[in-house]
Design a protein around this ligand. Structure first.
Ligand SMILES: C[S@@+](CC[C@H](N)C(=O)[O-])C[C@H]1O[C@@H](n2cnc3c(N)ncnc32)[C@H](O)[C@@H]1O
Length: 487
C-alpha cells in the first residue's frame, strides 16, 4: 500500500477520498470555534452536519456545549457529539417539507460549524437527484455539494445563530453561485472572510482553494467585516489567525455590486481599484462574445489543416500573449452542419471571420491575443472592436491591472467566460496613450518587441494614467506575477 492510501484509508477501513473527506487542520478548527464562541459565549447547542472524525468539535466540547452531528458515513471515533448517520441534504429537505405556516426552519442550534464535502460522488448525487434538488434549492442552484450545504445551513439557522465554515472559495466570484451570495447578503451578517492558502490541504493530496467564513443569521448583526487576503502558505495563515492580522472593512467593501448579476465577494481590493468599476465596461462598449461549440471536437476539428478542415479555429490562447496560433482547423461546411446538428452551435454568427481579440478561458493566467480575419473562435471570450481600438485594447488586456481585475476581482475560479470579461472596466486613456499602446501591440505582433518588455511598458502607461499609490501598484504586480499563490 502506498503512502497516499495509508493517509486516506482510516482505521475503520473507510476510504476518505470517496466521501470528499479532507480533515480540517486543528489550528483552523480551533480558530473558527473560538470566533463563534467569542461572538456568543452563551449559546447552548451546536450542529456539525458533516462531522467526519469530529475535527471541528473539540473546543465546543471543552466549553461544555451540547453538540449534535451528522454524516452519511460513520467514520468512528465519535466522542464529543450526539452522532446520527444522516444525509444533511435529506434532513434539510424533510425540514422544508414539514413547514406549514412559517417560512423559516429556525432550528434550535446556536452554532453551526462545518467543513462541507467538496467533490466526492457529488456529481452522481446531483445527477441522480437533480429534479428534487432543484426544487429544494431554487435560485441558489445545485452546482455542487458544498454550496448546497452552505445554503441549507443558512436556511436552517434561527435569528442570531452563528455559522462558521471552511469551504471551497469558488462561490465568492463564480456567476453560477450568485444566488448563494445573494442568500448570504440578504439574510446574514458577515463577520469574517479569510482566504486560506492553496497548500492548506496539500498534505492530504487535495488541491482545493478554500476560505473561512463566519456568518450570523440576521442582517442586523452586521458590524465591520474582518477580512484577510490569501497568504502564501499555511505558516503565514497560522500567523495571521494567531495575531489576528485582519483588515476591518464595511460590508459594502466586500461586495462588488448590489446587482445580483455582479454581486461577487471581493477581499482586500483597494478602493481606487474598485472605483474603476464605475467606468464603462468592455461589454457596454464593444462586443464581448463567445463562439462555436461543435459538440464533437473529434469529428469536427483537426489538428492539421487538411482537405475539408481548412478553417482556422482559435479556442484558448492560454498563457500566450498578443500572438497565438490556431488551436485546430474546423470543417469547411460548419455553418451548414450547425443547421442540421443540434449540438453544433455557432453563436454570434455575425462576428465569424472578423478580425478581433481572442482571450484565454482555462488556466490561471489571463491573456489576450490578436484574432486574424477569416478565422473562427470557440467558447472562450472574444472581443470585437472598431479597427482603431483593436491594438490599444489588446495591449490593455495584457496589462497586470487586467490580470488582477480578472483573476483577483471578477473570477477567482478557473473558467473565464465572456460574461466576466464583459464586466471589465475600461480606463479612459488619452489619445496619446492609446497611440503608444497601439504601437506596443503592433511591435510585439511584428516580432520587434518581446512581450515581457511590452507588458512593462504597458503597465507604466496604465499606472501613469491612474495615478495609483505605489503600494496598490506593488500589490497588483505581485498578484499578476504570483498567480498560483495569490489567486
Ligand atoms: C470535508 S469532510 C469534513 C470532515 C470534518 N468535519 C473536518 O472538518 O475535518 C466532509 C464530510 O462530509 C460527509 N458527507 C458527505 N456527504 C454528506 C451528506 N450528504 N450529509 C452529511 N455528511 C456528508 C463526508 O462523509 C465527510 O465526513
Amino acid at each position: 500500500m502506498g503512502r497516499f492510501e495509508k493517509i486516506l484509508v482510516n482505521e475503520n477501513g473507510i476510504d476518505k477520498r470517496d466521501s470528499g473527506y479532507y480533515s480540517t487542520p486543528s489550528f483552523v478548527s480551533e480558530f473558527i470555534s473560538n470566533q463563534l464562541l467569542d461572538l456568543n459565549p452563551n449559546g447552548r447547542k451546536v450542529l456539525d452536519p458533516a462531522v467526519g472524525d469530529e475535527e471541528l468539535l473539540k473546543t465546543f466540547f471543552i466549553h461544555g456545549k451540547e453538540i449534535d452531528s451528522f454524516d452519511v458515513i460513520e467514520h468512528g471515533n465519535i466522542q464529543y457529539s450526539n452522532f446520527r448517520k444522516q444525509d444533511f441534504i435529506e434532513f434539510y429537505k424533510e425540514q422544508k417539507e414539514a413547514l406549514f405556516f412559517s417560512n423559516s426552519i429556525d432550528l434550535e442550534y446556536d452554532y453551526y460549524i462545518a467543513n462541507p464535502p467538496y467533490n466526492c460522488h457529488e456529481l452522481d448525487y446531483i445527477k441522480d437527484n437533480k429534479t428534487e434538488l432543484k426544487k429544494l434549492f431554487g435560485k441558489v442552484g445545485v452546482h455542487n455539494m458544498y454550496s448546497m450545504f452552505l445554503s441549507a445551513i443558512v436556511d436552517c439557522a434561527k435569528d442570531g445563530s452563528l455559522i462558521g465554515v471552511i469551504v471551497s472559495d469558488s462561490f465568492l466570484t463564480a456567476t453560477m453561485h450568485s444566488g448563494l451570495r445573494q442568500q448570504i447578503i440578504d439574510s446574514c451578517a458577515i463577520h469574517q472572510l479569510i482566504l486560506c492558502p492553496n497548500d492548506l490541504f496539500w498534505s492530504q493530496k487535495a488541491d482545493v482553494r478554500t476560505c473561512i467564513l463566519v456568518l450570523q443569521k440576521g442582517k442586523q448583526y452586521q458590524d465591520k467585516v474582518q477580512i484577510s487576503n490569501r497568504p502564501n502558505n499555511t505558516r503565514d495563515l497560522k500567523e495571521i489567525l494567531e495575531n489576528r492580522r485582519f483588515n476591518e472593512v464595511d460590508i459594502d467593501d466586500i461586495v462588488l455590486s448590489k446587482k445580483k448579476t455582479a454581486n461577487q465577494f471581493i477581499v482586500d481590493v483597494d478602493k481606487d481599484v474598485l472605483s474603476l468599476f464605475h467606468n464603462p465596461r468592455i461589454g457596454e462598449i464593444y462586443n464581448c462574445i463567445t463562439g462555436i461549440s461543435t459538440g464533437n471536437d473529434k469529428k469536427y476539428l483537426s489538428k492539421e489543416k487538411k482537405d475539408g478542415f481548412e478553417i482556422p479555429f482559435y479556442k484558448n490562447p492560454g498563457s500566450r500573449k498578443f500572438k497565438t496560433t490556431e488551436d485546430s482547423y474546423l470543417i469547411n461546411h460548419f455553418m451548414e452542419e450547425s443547421l442540421v446538428v443540434k449540438d453544433f452551435m455557432v453563436r454570434n454568427k455575425q462576428f465569424v471571420f472578423k478580425e478581433g481579440i481572442t482571450c484565454s478561458s482555462m488556466g490561471l493566467p489571463f491573456s489576450a491575443c490578436y484574432l486574424p480575419e477569416n478565422s473562427t473562435f470557440g467558447v472562450n471570450p472574444n472581443i470585437f472592436t472598431p479597427k482603431q481600438d483593436l491594438y490599444w485594447m489588446l495591449a490593455y488586456l495584457n496589462s497586470h491591472l487586467v490580470t488582477y481585475l480578472v483573476r483577483g476581482v471578477l473570477i477567482r475560479s478557473n473558467m473565464v467566460t465572456s460574461g466576466y470579461i464583459s464586466q471589465l472596466p475600461i480606463i479612459p486613456f488619452t489619445e496619446e496613450e492609446k497611440k503608444k499602446l497601439t504601437i506596443i501591440s503592433k511591435e510585439v505582433l511584428e516580432g520587434k518587441l518581446k512581450f515581457e518588455e511590452a507588458i512593462i511598458k504597458i503597465n507604466s502607461i496604465v499606472y501613469e494614467n491612474l495615478k495609483f499609490d505605489m503600494a496598490v501598484i506593488q500589490n497588483i504586480d505581485d498578484f499578476a506575477l504570483n498567480l498560483s499563490k495569490r489567486v
